[in-house]
Ligand binder design. Structure first.
Ligand SMILES: NC(=O)C1=CN([C@@H]2O[C@H](COP(=O)(O)OP(=O)(O)OC[C@H]3O[C@@H](n4cnc5c(N)ncnc54)[C@H](O)[C@@H]3O)[C@@H](O)[C@H]2O)C=CC1
Ligand SMILES: CC(C)CC(=O)C(=O)O
Ligand SMILES: [Mg+2]
Length: 366
């Protein structure tokens, strides 16, 4: 298969983790006989520096001419005092809006070999397998008016019925492929948007009698994510709640550095990026965990290209490297030598090679 992939490394650790992810994509191309045409574009702070625009037109055109997008992360202290329109984060919000990437899928699964790094007790964390379905193009991050004066500031939380319907449908559909449980998270005891959200969930669930639906308030959900995270299957929620809950959920697995995500349009076009940000304090030092970016490539192969075997090969290789006890600094036990971003990526590549050789031997006997 031939596919065009736009790679937007971004800022901070973004370039390091996307470099690792692209290496994995190249191994997959070689081993499975695919051709991935990779082209790079600017987004975020580096795009502001070069083009005075966090999402330049060239980058939009590049992504429009691609089959999928891989993004690193944006942001950093250098741009923190910029006016709102010239913040790196605006570039990320704008690309999500431009491509109507309303469905952000963020899987959170406990990996036994990482549980030493989780602050939760092993028996609490070990059965965790949830999918956070976060609405990505509406809510507080996009609502107008949004402005400030010296004495006050305004942000606006708006949701239309249609915006809620499509994300709730998506959550019900993915729940059917999992354990059939959906927790719809809102703040319906206070917010009008949440009351509408709850109403839509109630209407939509009639078409999904096989799905068990529970409404939960976001504050107590934050607590239950830590006390009983294994109880969750699919969580569907609005943009900001999903943003916050997914970073919280990442601690269960041991590190934010292992959580991938897919941001999908209704026709399946997708942008893939780690859940984490640009981690400026560790950037450029080989300390970043590239697993989230590498697993985002696995999600791209699976969701955008239908390459399920290739996606599983990556996931298996990542898990084996963890099982073999190789970790970057965020996951290494105290006293254990941590691998650099590049060394850890090389282990995943070695593992993919081992898999390929053993599969070829298997096939030669069939
Ligand atoms: N999708 C994106 O591009 C996002 C961008 N940001 C931006 O990133 C910048 C930093 O934000 P923070 O709140 O510090 O969030 P962050 O996600 O960058 O970092 C949070 C913590 O996790 C660690 N961390 C994150 N990714 C890691 C990895 N792959 N390996 C090892 N450790 C990792 C960091 O060192 C830090 O201690 C800000 O400018 C923010 O706006 C934040 C979140 C998402
Ligand atoms: C940087 C923000 C725009 C978004 C964010 O934190 C996220 O999508 O996880
Ligand atoms: Mg976030």
């Amino acid at each position: 298969m031939e596919k065009r992939v736009a790679v937007l490394p971004g800022d901070g650790i973004g370039p390091e983790v996307t470099e690792a992810a692209v290496k994995i994509l190249e191994v997959i191309a070689r081993r499975f006989n695919h051709k991935f045409h990779i082209e790079y574009g600017a987004i975020g702070g580096n795009a502001i520096d070069k083009h005075n625009n966090p999402l330049p037109d060239e980058t939009i055109a590049l992504c429009e001419n691609s089959d999928a997008v891989l993004l690193g992360a944006v942001g950093g202290p250098k741009w923190d005092n910029n006016p709102s329109a010239l913040r790196p984060e605006k570039g990320l919000l704008a690309i999500r809006k431009h491509f109507d990437l309303f469905a952000n899928l963020r899987p959170v699964k406990a990996v036994p070999s990482l549980l030493h790094a989780s602050p939760l007790k092993e028996e609490v964390a070990m059965e965790v397998d949830m999918l956070i379905v976060r609405e990505l193009t509406g809510g507080l991050y996009f609502g107008e008016p949004s402005h400030r004066t010296e004495k006050s500031a305004v942000d606006t939380l708006v949701y239309t019925r249609e915006e809620i319907e499509r994300i709730v449908e998506k959550a019900f559909e993915v729940a059917r492929l999992r354990r059939g449980k959906v927790a719809s998270v809102d703040k319906a005891n206070v917010l009008e948007t949440s009351k509408l959200w709850r109403e839509v969930v109630e209407e939509k669930k009639k078409a999904y009698p096989d799905i068990e639906v529970e409404h939960m308030l976001v504050d107590s959900t934050a607590m239950k994510l830590i006390t009983n995270p294994a109880a969750f299957d699919v969580i569907v929620t609005e943009n900001m709640f999903g943003d916050i809950l997914s970073d919280e959920a990442s601690v269960i697995t041991g590190s934010l550095g292992v959580l991938p995500s897919a941001s999908l349009r209704s026709d399946g076009f997708g942008l893939y990026e780690p859940v984490h940000g640009s981690a400026p304090e560790i950037a450029g030092r080989g300390l970043a965990n590239p697993a989230a970016a590498i697993l985002s490539v696995a999600m791209m192969l699976n969701y955008s290209f239908g390459m399920k075997t290739e996606a599983s090969a990556i996931e298996e290789a990542v898990n084996t490297v963890f099982e073999d006890g190789f970790f970057t600094a965020d996951l290494a036990a105290s006293g254990q030598r941590a691998l650099s971003t590049q060394e850890w990526t090389a282990k995943v590549i070695d593992e993919l090679d081992v898999q390929f050789v053993s599969n070829s031997i298997m096939f030669s006997y069939v």
